[in-house]
Design a protein around this ligand. Structure first.
Ligand code: KIV
Length: 295
């Protein structure tokens, strides 16, 4: 270091986000930022961007595993994704999505699956979809000491029964079903609830009744926070994008351009250039040629 230069202080490490921090944010009216992550690099991006909650969503079934819906993804596949995210993340709260069929049958099944997400993948909390009997499963997991995030409105795991990937609660009677699910999950001890694809008016009407943080995705502006799917918001995924998606990047295009440029360089023999290679001392090259000639 020369005279006059000063060491730059390393960036201050943010304290890890806890459940009480999220509750405090709700109380203070500070928006909560949640994003999905499915692997080590996306976790590192979530960490560096300073989000509050990273969700290993079962949307990863579609965005990174190529399934046609979230339904086929297995517990082991989700655990592999969640473990990779854990290794790339230290500050945001890490929530793992329990996949379809891994928690509905009984409280014992729900607790056993949730425990795997905590023990094997290092998740801080789990998420499950719907109210009704699922609220009982949520209560059992909470009683086992694992924090649970609920999810109401459009619940993709049961989209077929809901008439497809469409907004929910658009009549007063159907809206009351969403409200009842949300209240049941709150009663079950969930620390937060995702509201997906419901009318903004429904969210606004029910918010005064919900004491835990509500994270919206297509639920209007009156929630305590927002979540978007990583691949949707960055423009990585080439599938259908829902109305609520706002794109903040065109990474897929940038990636295609990058790989096309690499392919062109290889075909034109512009890559590799001398600076990309390793060298041998000239006497070693001469000796190698002799050895090859004798071989
Ligand atoms: O799986 C997922 O990505 C989700 C979010 C959309 C909330 O459940």
């Amino acid at each position: 270091m020369s005279a006059g230069t000063r060491a730059t202080a390393p960036p201050a490490k943010r304290p890890a986000i806890t459940l009480s921090k999220l509750a405090e944010k709700k109380a203070l009216g500070e928006p909560i930022v949640m994003v999905t992550a499915y692997d080590y690099p996306s976790a590192q991006v979530a960490e560096a961007a300073g989000v509050d909650v990273a969700l290993v969503g079962d949307s990863g079934a579609m965005t990174v595993l190529g399934y046609p819906s979230t339904v086929p993804v297995s517990i082991d596949e989700m655990l592999m994704l969640a473990g990779a995210v854990r290794r790339g993340l230290s500050t945001p709260l890490l929530v793992g999505d329990l996949p379809f069929g891994s928690y509905e049958v009984s409280n014992e099944q729900a607790v056993a699956t949730a425990q795997r997400f905590v023990k094997e993948a290092g998740c801080d909390a789990v998420k499950l979809e719907r109210g009704g009997v699922v609220a009982e499963r949520a209560a059992a997991i909470v009683a086992a000491g694992i924090p649970v995030m609920g999810h109401v409105g459009l619940t993709p795991q049961t989209a077929t029964a809901l008439g497809g990937y469409r907004s929910q609660g658009r009549t007063a009677d159907r809206a009351m079903q969403v409200v009842e699910d949300a209240l049941a999950l709150q009663e079950a001890g969930c620390f937060a609830i995702v509201f997906e694809a419901v009318p903004s008016e429904l969210t606004e009407a029910v918010m005064p009744r919900i004491e835990i943080p509500v994270i919206g995705i297509g639920a209007g502006p009156s929630t305590d926070g927002q979540v978007l799917v990583f691949h949707d918001l960055l423009g990585i995924y080439d599938g259908h994008a829902a109305r609520f998606v706002k794109r903040y990047g065109s990474i897929r295009e940038a990636m295609i351009k990058g790989v096309e440029a690499y392919a062109a360089d290889v075909r034109d023999r512009h890559y590799p250039a001398p600076e990309h290679g390793y060298t041998m001392a000239p006497d070693e090259v001469a000796r190698l040629k002799e050895l090859l000639a004798e071989h």
